[in-house]
Design a protein around this ligand. Structure first.
Ligand SMILES: NC(=O)c1ccc[n+]([C@@H]2O[C@H](COP(=O)([O-])OP(=O)(O)OC[C@H]3O[C@@H](n4cnc5c(N)ncnc54)[C@H](OP(=O)(O)O)[C@@H]3O)[C@@H](O)[C@H]2O)c1
Length: 241
């Protein structure tokens, strides 16, 4: 059996990824503030990952019978889209906690806890095109996602140094997806985000991917055999078969 821990499974990409894996007979532990999946193999863990001290203590009950363990750091927020000087100080604290600090701690705990098993281990950090592109008004979001890329690459380096061939790490940009997060982005003011009209036009022209297709792209890549090489990838480079 295979066990996945996914943050943010109540909606959007996280929910679609959980449903994809449940359909493939995985057991899924969903971690977030709320839950919308009911399935015999789904376990709900309620936690607000934007709060300090929560990721350290959230239940990560590793099933040592599993031959594969997966952690997906998916939960994130765009935060307040706005220029320096106009956004609240608190949104940096909250956004970095949710988008970067909690994922770092969950990675650390996942590696520690699965050291006791001999399973295949995989970590997916859901990154963004914004991790390598700088958008005005997106200070917290761009830098938190760039940080997630860096965390992934450092861990990959450490695994290579230790000749750890059972652990695979991916920092994946999932493309532009039709979720609540895009609604937040389209609602930004043009004065505080110069590209807002491009995002509105993409939505009007139906250029956004559905969460279901994005989830399939991410997971069919990561769960393929043999596991693909660890690294940073953008699903827009994939051809869906
Ligand atoms: N949508 C896009 O176009 C796009 C593009 C590039 C990258 N991404 C990335 O893809 C991932 C998923 O985004 P999405 O578009 O699916 O977002 P979404 O629709 O806004 O969903 C976010 C998920 O995260 C959870 N979450 C939010 N705040 C949380 C908190 N404080 N504690 C715990 N969980 C929390 C939410 O659940 P609760 O509210 O129930 O807690 C929800 O399930 C994110 O990492 C995002 O940065 C998205």
């Amino acid at each position: 059996m295979k066990q996945a821990f996914i943050t943010g499974t109540s909606r959007g990409l996280g929910k679609a990824m959980a449903e994809y894996l449940l359909n493939e007979d995985w057991t899924v532990v969903g971690i977030g503030r709320s839950h919308s999946i009911e399935h015999d193999n789904y376990k709900a863990v309620t936690a607000d990952l934007s709060l300090a001290g929560v990721a350290e203590n959230v239940a990560l009950e590793i099933d040592l019978r599993a031959d594969e363990h997966l952690l997906v750091n998916n939960a994130a927020e765009a935060g307040e889209i706005g220029y320096f000087g106009n956004v609240s100080n608190n949104q940096f604290q909250r956004g970095f906690q949710l988008n970067l600090i909690s994922p770092s701690i969950l990675m650390n705990r996942f590696i520690q806890l699965t050291n006791k098993s001999l399973s295949i281990r995989k970590i997916i950090n859901i990154s963004s095109g914004a991790s390598v592109n700088h958008y005005d008004g997106w200070g917290m979001y761009c830098s938190s996602k760039a940080g997630l890329n860096a965390l992934s690459m450092v861990l990959i380096d450490e695994l290579e140094q230790r000749n750890d061939y059972r652990t695979h790490v991916y920092s994946i940009a999932p493309g532009v997806i039709d979720t609540d997060m895009q609604q937040v982005i389209r609602n930004a003011s043009k004065k505080e985000f110069s590209q807002v009209e491009r995002f509105i036009a993409m939505h009007k022209k139906h250029h956004l991917t559905s969460a279901k297709i994005a989830a399939r792209k991410v997971l069919s890549y990561v769960v393929s055999e043999p596991p693909p090489r660890s690294g940073r990838v953008d699903v827009r480079e994939f051809i869906l078969t």
